[in-house]
Design a protein around this ligand. Structure first.
Ligand SMILES: Nc1ncnc2c1ncn2[C@@H]1O[C@H](COP(=O)(O)OP(=O)(O)OP(=O)(O)O)[C@@H](O)[C@H]1O
Ligand SMILES: [Mg+2]
Length: 247
């Protein structure tokens, strides 16, 4: 296998339930569709969801088993049953201790050579997930919806990152009312960008299809908006020009 050198992206947010897992999986699918070998790692200890979203059944080993030495690396990496090139390590349901930063660093150092992209689905808030992000990620994607609480919490994340000397972050605004997008009402988006304090890399519309995907494991339509936006974000991360509002 050719030596790869995966970039590590961390999907983060201040407030919970803003679409981190949805976007982790959608970005993973978009990157895999463009030919990358992609690994998703779910860091939310005790709260597992990626298996359902990816349609993986009968998980035997998870991140906790791997970090605590109950399995080897190949048995914890589960291939997506539907998307070629996409793999996942799912969240630990029972760990005897917290996920340690040095263990994550060692794990990622070992995995980088086998993937082009590793995406960490981190727990919301300013806790351990954010500390791990600041220590191991090449880039953090901060997810925020356009509501005031979420904007303020997103800004807390940016400040916490800054206090740890981590400045490599971009903003994805999720669940934007499509009327705004159609009318190109950018003022509201500007408020989110200024409020959070991170450079915008993607705008994801509110979309009923998303719920079907994230709660029933139905893969997003490759021609649908969610995948179009995620493909544009992946291309932009690779340095390509793509318009911010994708239609
Ligand atoms: N663009 C969108 N349009 C409509 N619904 C969405 C969109 N993005 C996310 N959702 C819905 O929001 C809910 C929360 O999404 P998700 O589980 O991805 O959030 P999360 O940030 O991972 O949550 P948590 O902090 O609990 O891990 C889900 O029901 C999902 O379907
Ligand atoms: Mg989640």
């Amino acid at each position: 296998m050719p030596a790869r050198k995966a970039k590590v992206l961390a999907v983060t947010s201040g407030k919970g339930g803003v679409g981190k897992s949805t976007l982790t999986v959608s970005l993973g699918i978009a990157a895999a569709a463009s030919g990358s070998r992609v690994l998703l790692i779910e860091l939310d200890a005790g709260l597992r969801g990626l298996d359902i979203m990816l349609g993986i059944s009968g998980v035997v080993y998870d991140l906790g088993d791997l970090l605590e030495g109950r399995c080897n690396i190949s048995s914890a990496i589960i291939p997506s049953p539907n998307v070629s090139g996409l793999y996942a390590i799912v969240a630990p349901v029972s760990m005897t201790g917290p996920i340690l930063i040095q263990d994550m660093r060692l794990l990622l150092d070992g995995l980088r050579a086998y993937f082009d992209l590793i995406i960490l689905d981190t727990p919301a808030g300013l806790g351990r997930g954010l500390r791990i992000t600041c220590e191991v990620a090449d880039l953090a994607l901060i997810i925020a919806t356009p509501d005031p609480v979420c904007i303020r919490d997103g800004n807390q994340v940016v400040r916490e990152m800054l206090s740890r000397g981590f400045t490599s972050h971009r903003l994805i605004i999720n669940r934007v009312n499509r009327k705004f997008i159609r009318r190109q009402v950018v003022q509201d988006l500007d408020e989110v960008i200024d409020g959070v304090g991170s450079q915008l890399i993607g705008v994801v519309p509110e979309d009923g299809e998303v719920t079907l995907f994230s709660s029933h494991g139905r893969l997003p339509d490759p021609k649908g908006e969610l995948q179009r936006v995620c493909r544009a974000i992946i291309a932009r991360l690779g340095g390509e020009y793509q318009p911010l509002i994708v239609r």
